[in-house]
Each structure stands twice: as C-alpha cells, then as structure tokens.
Design a protein around this ligand. Sequence first.
Ligand code: 6PG
Length: 261
Amino acid sequence: MEHDSIKLDSQPQIFETDARVFDYLASELKRYSEMPVSQHISLSGGTTPKALFQFIVQSAYRYLINWKQLHFWWGDERCVPEQSAESNVGEAKRLLFSHVNIPAENLHPIPMDMINAAITDSQPRAYAFALQQFIHDMKQSVPEVNGYPQFDWILLGIGEDGHTASLFPGQFNPSEIAPAILCTKTGTEQFRISLSAMTIVNSLRTTFLALGEAKAPVVQEILMQQGGFKQYPASWVLRHARAAELILNNQAASLLPKEEH
Ligand code: 6PG
C-alpha cells in the first residue's frame, strides 16, 4: 500500500494467530543466524516481545537458531536495575537468553548496573553515564554507516500514543544528531535511554510489531494517515526507514479497510 508519505516496502503482514507471527519472526532469526557474518539485532521492550521469547523457548527454534552468530541490543531501556520486572534486558534474559546457548558477550544491554550504585541525587548523572557507555558500546561493535550505527535488524513496538522505542510524541526530535538519547516517559517521568530516530532509520531493516485490539486505533491512524499520525514517532520512522515492515495480528488490523487484509 503506497501513501504519499508512508512507504511500506510491502503491505502490512497480517497474521491469523500470534503463533504464526512468532513462527515468522523466529524463522527470520534462524535465517539471520545462518548468515556468514554475525548479525546485530536490536530488540524492542515492553510486553509484546515477551510472548515471542516464550514461543522460541517452547519451540525447536530454541536449538535451531545459531545463537552465537547473533548479537542482541535493545532499542530502549528503562533506567531501572536489571532485576526489575520493568527492565527490558532483564525480562529478555529471564524469558529467553537464560534458556538458550548464547555467549554472554553477544548480549549488549544498555548498561544500568551503575543505577544500583548511584545514590538518589546522582541518578541523572548515572543515567548520563549509562547513555555514554551505550553509545561507546555501539561504536565498538556495530558497523557505522552514514555516521550512525547500522543494525542489521531493528524490531520495534508501537505505543497506543504512537511512540516507538522511547521516542514519545511531544518530545520527539527527529533532527537529534546523537545516536542515542536520555529521555523520560511522557506522563510517568521514568528516565529512559533510547536509540535516536537517526540510528533507527539507519538500520538495514526495521520491523514494527503490533498485536491486539488496543493497537488497532493507532495502526489505523498511522496507515490511513488520520488523527494525530503526523506527531507519531512511529509514523516518522515508517516514512524514513530504509526498509520498513509492519507485522500485525487480526486484532491490531481490525480497523483497517478489508482490502488491506
Ligand atoms: C518499551 C518499548 C516501547 C514498546 C511499546 C509497545 O520499552 O516500553 O520499547 O516502545 O515497544 O510501548 O509496548 P507493548 O509491547 O507493551 O504494547
């Protein structure tokens, strides 16, 4: 479907069941893991990926994926200790990486370990240090193209307000030149570290994953260019990504015109 501003490389991929979504994504991870050189993949946070992790661990993909060929990063992280249920890397380790044979050096969390050490009034300084360490880690490991880290594949979620990673409407700055930013989640003032828009759209492949009825309105607004879509960071990324795809289940696609199905 072509819009004058959103150019998806293909129609949104709409799957009948979540199991089929996860089977597709796991098969793609297996395909990447069979490539001759190691692949840098950035995962999204939040709840959607957790079901993918559980699917992989309960399927043959747990053993079929050549994990040592994959390096995992995160598109954003909450500034909380890894032990917290809020931690994106903590949950990924608990639900997936502690169950598969992946070398520890292949996991590249946004480093929050100093959060525990920092006392309250130096937390923002600790977050700024974590941000600089994250940028350094990417520079050390992820190929740099056009002045930005270039991931092989970035998986992203979409918030009901149109945010993606921790790029939130109203504070989103597409001309931010840093590869990653420190920000706060709108409304909760929770500190976050996030890839910047420029890094995200520099990726060789960008995949948005939106599942469930709750995402149907924002998906409709973005794809049909309605409502506040112009202010949505997810819209901006879709417009500017090198190669963008949108993966939906029937529920998330339920407000799209039938011809989109
Ligand atoms: C985060 C995410 C965020 C997430 C969306 C969708 O750290 O919360 O990176 O961008 O992908 O908010 O979250 P759900 O999958 O929980 O709906």
